[in-house]
Design a protein around this ligand. Structure first.
Ligand SMILES: [Zn+2]
Length: 132
């Protein structure tokens, strides 16, 4: 089924232990701490995650978002941050009508992804690394 993507929603997996992956099913992509991007579901698949937007959303998470003490927050590594940024850019090129937003912007009670997505996108400067 062709989907009209209007939202690219940024999440964390809300886990501390990087080996824990049982929550990956909630996302289309998960960015690992080493920058590896795991494709969990095809973009054509509707994932039940945030009922108001799921039909028109792609869900992208970074692995982490919880510290040792159990508190939620930004735990991204530099390579993870860059990989997440590049993935979001690629998705926004593919879906030009889509807005990139943090989960918390759809649900104020969700402390997810643990950072302000709009501010980050505005201020982040990726290392320009052009291969070949
Ligand atoms: Zn979330």
């Amino acid at each position: 089924m062709k989907r009209y993507i209007k939202q690219i929603v940024v999440h964390s997996t809300a886990t501390f232990d990087p080996k824990i992956s049982q929550h990956y099913g909630f996302f289309h992509y998960v960015v690992e701490r080493n920058g590896e991007i795991k494709k969990i579901h095809p973009e054509t698949t509707v994932i039940r995650h945030i009922v108001e937007v799921d039909n028109e959303a792609i869900h992208v998470a970074y692995n982490g978002g919880r510290n040792k003490a159990g508190a939620l927050g930004d735990t991204r590594t530099p390579v993870q941050e860059e990989a997440l940024f590049n993935k979001l850019v690629a998705l926004s090129v593919k879906y030009p009508a889509a807005k990139i937003i943090g989960h918390i912007e759809l649900d104020a009670t969700a402390n997810c992804p643990g950072f302000n997505v709009k501010e980050w996108l505005k201020n982040y400067e990726p290392d320009i690394n052009i291969a070949a």
